[in-house]
Write a protein that binds this ligand. Structure first.
Ligand code: ADP
Ligand code: MG
Length: 214
């Protein structure tokens, strides 16, 4: 994974979050406390503003700095969860540095992503089926790993990953939440998409679209 890829993704993510303000905002208003869009905007904006400072650093250090910054900038449950995700990715890259040349580049990114998702699950004590962002991130991770392991090209990987993100998001609609603020709503959460799952679907699309343009 290259620093330039991480930073161009960060810029694309910031633009995509802002472009989806209405969707994200209305979902957390319906089944949360209404701050998720503000949290995501604040987090993605601060990382976008650090691009010049991060550009000379190796990828694992960039991810580690992103993690620390998100922890202190985004409030709420999602701040700690995204911080764990990026810390997990950073740790994977740092510890597997020697092996990286043996893997294909897409598989390396998929493995780091999977490690990030695992870290998030441990932090949130959560799993798929609980109406959270994991309902998008887990199938995205699995799809990415399988497609990369089959040696598929980046265009095919991105198309499959975007599809997995869309399906994962839609899957949250009919779930009862067992984690986060929506857990207090019981069956009243049914019929609404999870806000965290929506912002993850938006971010996954933004990064894939960036790669598809290349
Ligand atoms: P808060 O819930 O503290 O107001 P946000 O509104 O920023 O924080 O984020 C809410 C989102 O966080 C939810 O929509 C859900 O996707 C995600 N979330 C909350 N708790 C967990 C958890 N334990 N594991 C995974 N995701 C979670
Ligand atoms: Mg909230």
């Amino acid at each position: 994974m290259k620093t330039t890829f991480i930073l161009s993704s960060a810029l694309a993510i910031h633009a995509a979050i802002v472009a989806h303000e209405v969707d994200i905002e209305s979902l957390d208003r319906a089944i949360g406390d209404g701050d998720h869009y503000i949290n995501m905007k604040r987090g993605s904006e601060v990382i976008a503003s650090m691009v010049n400072e991060l550009l000379p650093l190796p990828p694992d250090e960039v991810l580690q700095k992103i993690s620390t910054k998100l922890l202190s900038t985004i409030g709420g449950a999602s701040g700690a969860l995204f911080a764990s995700f990026f810390m997990g990715m950073a740790k994977y890259l740092k510890e597997n540095h020697a092996k990286i040349n043996e893997l294909n580049a897409n598989l390396e990114t998929a493995a780091a992503f999977a490690y990030g998702v695992q870290s998030m699950m441990m932090r949130g004590k959560s799993n798929v089926g609980e109406k959270t962002m994991l309902d998008v991130l887990v199938p995205v991770s699995t799809t990415f790993t399988i497609a990369a392991a089959h040696g598929k090209n980046i265009a095919d990987i991105c198309r499959e990953v975007k599809n997995a993100a869309d399906k994962g998001l839609e899957y949250t609609r009919d779930l009862v939440a067992t984690k986060g603020r929506a857990a207090g709503l019981g069956e009243r959460a049914i019929g609404h998409l999870d806000p965290g799952a929506k912002s993850c679907q938006v971010m996954v699309h933004a990064v894939c679209d960036l790669l598809l343009k290349k």
